[in-house]
Design a binder for this molecule. Structure first.
Ligand code: HEC
Length: 305
């Protein structure tokens, strides 16, 4: 089974090490992910882009999933299905998981050991019923239930739900093509996320600016934890500086200082588009390099045995 590589770019290494049982991380799942097939390519509406970010953000979920750094993306990488996903005790085979378990949410426990195959979400827009038992006709309702009932997250606000639905509706049926998870790819995504943040800053909406800034900082955290080792301290400093920049932008938004907030975002955007050499050249020495990642996993109790 492990020879089928498909999986999660945005899955936290340190979160898994701390919160998931040994055997929950696989090299394939962390170093390859299926190509994302969005109708309309990278030109998406604000809702689809915010949804894409939220889909990758553990903070949307609650409880153990959130602590372990798992987002929708961990199980449905780029809208496909993580065929390697395996948590000992909760999975009976790779790509299958019990989502009605106290491990995730005490309130969601159904007192049955009932792992289900993680489905691909590609083409979900045109499905008439959702769930293995076809229990739901509404993507919005299903998504809310996933967040609140299965994973113990806070009640999502209407904009967040609209966004998650809009993103999932862009996912096209497609054959699976795996691509390596790269720092360049993750940095390009940060650029997209900063464009998303520009919208609430232009609207002068402090609450949404703060939420999106926090989500983007979470994505920077995923990059940061791949910059493992003493020789990458300078690269980590750059990412930490960007994260502080986002915190400042959110603070300026709260104070109603919109122009400085937008100027600060524009400067950050430029920096991310042309990262300093210490970061741009760090990829081969980081955990984006599958050889390095393999060695790291061998030292990690969370790795697949
Ligand atoms: C720990 C793994 C996991 C995570 C995290 C997860 N899912 Fe799922 N998802 C599943 C499994 C397993 C099913 C099958 C459930 C069923 O059939 O009842 C599923 C089913 C679905 C479906 C129904 C698809 C269909 O064709 O019937 C949708 C939609 C969905 N998930 C969206 C999401 C969204 C949005 C998130 C994040 C808010 C998310 N999932 C997070 C594992 C996960």
């Amino acid at each position: 089974m492990l020879s089928i590589p498909a999986a999660a770019g945005a899955q936290s290494l340190s979160g898994a090490r701390e919160w998931l049982p040994p055997g929950s991380l696989s090299l394939d799942a962390l170093s390859l992910h299926p190509e994302e097939m969005q109708g309309g390519g990278v030109q998406q509406s604000f809702y689809a882009e915010y949804g894409r970010l939220a889909f990758r953000s553990p903070m949307v979920l609650g409880g153990t999933a959130s602590k372990a750094g798992l987002s929708c993306q961990a199980c449905h990488p780029n809208g496909f299905a993580n065929e390697d996903f395996f948590i000992p005790g909760l999975s009976d085979a790779h790509g299958r998981i019990d989502v009605t378990q106290a491990f995730w949410n005490n309130r969601g426990e159904n007192h049955r050991n009932d792992p289900l195959t993680i489905p691909s979400l590609r083409g979900v827009k045109s499905k008439d019923r959702l769930g293995h038992d076809r229990r739901s006709a509404s993507l919005r309702e299903f998504t809310r239930r996933v967040i609140v009932t299965e994973f113990g997250g806070n009640e999502p606000n209407p904009t967040l739900l609209d966004a998650l639905v809009a993103y999932q509706e862009t996912l096209q049926p497609a054959t699976v093509v795996d691509r390596p998870v790269t720092m360049a790819g993750d940095l390009a995504d940060i650029g997209r996320h900063l464009n998303t943040l520009a919208v609430p800053l232009a609207e002068e909406n402090a609450a949404l600016s703060g939420t999106i800034a926090t989500m983007v900082r979470g994505q920077l955290g995923f990059i940061h934890e791949r910059l493992d080792g003493d020789d990458l301290a300078a690269a980590r400093d750059i990412v930490e500086g960007w994260s502080r920049g986002l915190e400042e932008i959110a603070g300026l938004a709260v104070e109603g200082k919109w122009r400085p907030a937008r100027d600060r975002l524009a400067a950050l955007h430029e920096a991310v588009a042309a990262p300093p050499a210490a970061l741009a050249n760090a990829g081969p020495r980081s955990l984006y390099n599958p050889v390095r990642l393999k060695a790291w996993l061998a030292r990690s109790p969370a790795a697949t045995q």
